[in-house]
Design a protein around this ligand. Structure first.
Ligand SMILES: [Zn+2]
Length: 190
């Protein structure tokens, strides 16, 4: 195949050169009380890639990004852990043929890492894009959780903007007796 960025022959979606040039992650952390959320990119640096979400090209790009950042991150994290960790994606609903968050969580699968697909679904389908913090707070996602309880879990989403969604997701999981270790997102808007 050819690299999606430079179009030279490549065995992966993005060739090694482009990965190093454009997609080198730099981890940042945002903190909401005791809830820490890690991001691998600044939103504006990979905006073009993220905007392919819900297109056929987005399927390939999200998968590639998950391989570049989520896979090595969880591999490293699990090294220091003996217990089973669960991954819960935020609102894994299928739009235009696939759920982009499922593509991210799927790459984290491993011996000590189990993925709970489509277990945390929002009842409200109001769009947050471009909306204020006030709007987001006044219009909660109304998450419903239908997965396993009494587990340690990592919450995963593609983008963090205000943190409202992830904070609400964490509250709902905690009501279900889940110990949320931290959040992981591809990109942070701030
Ligand atoms: Zn390239």
């Amino acid at each position: 195949m050819r690299c999606l960025s430079c179009h030279k022959l490549s065995i992966s979606t993005f060739c090694k050169k482009c990965q190093n040039r454009l997609l080198k992650p730099s981890i940042s952390k945002r903190k909401f009380n005791d809830f820490e959320i890690y991001s691998f990119y600044k939103y504006q640096n990979i905006e073009d890639l993220l905007l392919t979400k819900h297109t056929p090209q987005g399927f390939i790009i999200y998968k590639a990004l998950a391989k570049i950042v989520f896979k090595p991150f969880i591999k490293e994290f699990i090294k220091n852990s003996n217990s089973l960790i669960y991954i819960i994606g935020v609102d894994e609903v299928v739009e235009s043929g696939y759920s982009h968050v499922s593509l991210l969580t799927h790459e984290m699968k491993g011996d000590k890492v189990k993925i709970l697909h489509s277990k945390l679904i929002a009842k409200s389908r109001k769009k947050y894009s471009g909306k204020s913090l006030k709007f987001r707070v006044e219009n909660p996602r109304e998450f419903v959780y239908s997965g396993k309880k009494n587990i340690d879990a990592i919450l995963v989403d593609d983008i963090i903007t205000t943190g409202t969604t992830l904070k609400e997701a964490k509250r709902v999981l905690e009501k279900n007796h889940i110990n949320v270790l931290f959040g992981l997102t591809l990109a942070s808007v701030v």
